[in-house]
Design a protein around this ligand. Structure first.
Ligand code: NAP
Ligand code: MG
Length: 500
């Protein structure tokens, strides 16, 4: 009998009021059941939002350094449990153990950083234009925050939204991806043990339309922080935006790794292999397009094929494995369909393009796949495949490389390989992306720097670092007048001229 896991609402582990659960399985061995998870509906969401709203005032009034200390305690537990948590992630989501370790480490680093923010969380103190007056800003929480996350970073994603939201004094309701509820349950067990007060952080598991949408639509929600696909993000922008809720969206990417003709080709190919195939390409920042100067393209493709042939596909728990399974059967079909699309569009399928489940015990395995001679407007060069597929586009010179890199609706991450500083800096200046890497692949962001993208990747927000503090707070501008007289800001000189 598989274990049944519960929602966490108002400090209690509770079953869904729907009475229904759903089964979560291991993508490497789909007949291995991870557990039964609550299939929540609108009334569970309502209970969670009500609990979060009730806990709001007390949490908001708890000094930020104390909120930070609770996060620090949770972070220490993450450190102690890192190996078992990594295993939980690999079983549930498929990626190789070291990669799952990185997932937990991302949560740890975020916790360390945000715990410290409890003693920082700077506002501004600036001179007033009037005598005997102090002017400053302080930060208030936004209120009750809905956190909706994808499955590819099952612990990092909830953690790097939760920790800043909590340290800023918000209370939250988390709806994790249906494919990775176990990692979220583990994280919430830690939050409970660390002493997060009842109602401050709530968890409802279930499906997007049944639990996610009611959460976004709930009138008690002040802010939605979402990471996931463009399609769902757009929907959330419309429904939450219509109610003037704060909305922060992080969506997809079709990230270009540019190889200029003077690049260290070994380094570029090693970078492309890591950027394209780690997490089986299921990363928003995956190096899914290789934009290569025609003069070096044959060499790059040849070396890539050699590197790809050596990649071992298999169960992520096996230390020999480089590329784990895809998340579920639907994603496997989707990724495979893109192989067909690429062939139909006339790109050259160089290697891969096969489902490997039959050889590997029925899991959702796909062979690392390389398309060459793609044109920039093909669907395989424009749409996010979210699998182990790299599309090579050959270009003539730097200008075309940058134009091609910029020529998608997304703007998350971009990379340039060159030995020439001037060419590198010109590329950095011209690339329309939220993250740019020089001589490194498109993945590998750090927790204390802003993370996010331009164009259809986002709606102008950044996560991580102080950017996250901006996102999860309202600024309050405060004037303290000790002149003992009425000073009228626009009228009484010396500086006059205030907007309101
Ligand atoms: P998704 O289908 O958009 O799902 C994301 C989350 O939204 C899941 O929890 C999902 O629930 C939920 N959801 C679905 N429909 C909803 C609705 N109508 N209302 C509210 N919530 C709803 O994305 P995914 O397939 O899990 O993740 C892959 C995508 O995430 C890719 O596009 C990837 O690029 C993007 N991503 C972006 C970043 C970034 O920081 N830019 C990072 C990682 C991933 P279910 O699980 O039940 O569907
Ligand atoms: Mg699963």
């Amino acid at each position: 009998m598989a274990e049944t896991y519960l929602n966490y609402i108002g400090g209690h582990w509770v079953p869904s009021s729907t009475g229904e659960t759903y089964r979560n399985t291991n993508p490497a061995r789909p007949d291995e059941v991870i557990g039964e998870f609550q299939r929540s509906g609108p009334s569970d969401v309502d209970a969670a939002v009500t609990a979060a709203a009730r806990a709001q005032d007390e949490w908001r009034r708890t000094p930020a350094p104390l909120r930070g200390e609770i996060i620090a305690r949770a972070t220490r537990m993450l450190v102690e449990r890192k190996p078992e948590l990594a295993e939980t992630i690999t079983r549930e989501m498929g990626k190789v153990l070291v990669d799952s370790g990185y997932d937990v480490q991302g949560a740890i680093t975020s916790g360390e950083y945000m715990a410290g923010e409890g003693r920082r969380m700077f506002g501004d103190t600036v001179p007033s234009g009037l005598p005997n007056r102090l002017a400053m800003t302080v930060r208030d929480p936004v209120g009750v925050v809905a956190i909706i996350t994808p499955w590819n970073l099952p612990m990092l994603m909830p953690a790097w939204k939760l920790f800043p939201a909590l340290v800023c004094g918000n209370t939250v309701v988390v709806k994790p991806a249906e494919d990775t509820p176990h990692a979220a349950v583990r994280l919430f067990q830690i939050l409970e043990e660390a002493g997060v007060p009842p109602g401050v952080a709530n968890l409802v598991t279930g499906y997007g339309p049944e639990a996610g949408q009611p959460l976004v639509d709930h009138p008690g929600i002040d802010m939605v922080s979402f990471t996931g696909s463009r399609t769902v993000g757009k929907q959330i922008a419309v429904s939450a935006g219509g109610e003037l809720k704060h909305v922060s969206l992080e969506m997809g990417g079709k990230n270009a790794l540019i190889v200029l003709d003077d690049a260290d080709l070994d380094e570029a190919v090693t970078g492309a292999l890591w950027g394209g195939f780690s997490t089986a390409g299921q990363r928003c920042t995956a190096s899914s397009r290789l934009v290569v100067d025609r003069r070096v393209a044959d060499k790059v493709v040849e070396a890539l094929v050699e590197g790809m042939s050596a990649l071992v596909v298999g169960d992520g728990l096996d230390p020999e494995t480089n590329v784990g399974p895809l998340i579920n059967a639907k994603q496997l079909e989707r990724v495979h369909a893109y192989t067909g699309i690429g062939v139909d569009e006339g790109a050259e399928l160089v290697i891969g393009g096969e489902k490997l489940g039959d050889e590997l015990g029925g899991g959702y395995f796909y062979s690392p796949t390389l398309f060459d001679h793609a044109s920039p407007d093909m669907r395989i060069a424009q749409e996010e495949i979210f699998g182990p597929t790299i599309t090579v586009i050959r270009v003539d010179g730097d200008e075309e490389a940058i134009a091609v890199a910029n020529g998608t609706r997304y703007g998350l991450s971009a990379a340039v390989y060159t030995r020439d500083t001037a060419r590198a800096l010109r590329a950095v200046a011209e690339l329309k992306a939220g993250l740019v890497y020089l001589n490194a692949p498109t993945i590998g962001s750090e927790i204390h720097l802003p993370f996010g993208g331009t164009k259809d990747t986002g709606n102008g927000h950044r996560e991580s670092g102080t950017a996250a503090i901006e996102q999860f707070t309202e600024t309050k501008t405060v004037f303290l007048d000790y002149s003992g007289t009425l000073q009228r800001a626009h009228i009484d000189e010396p500086t006059g001229d205030a907007p309101a």
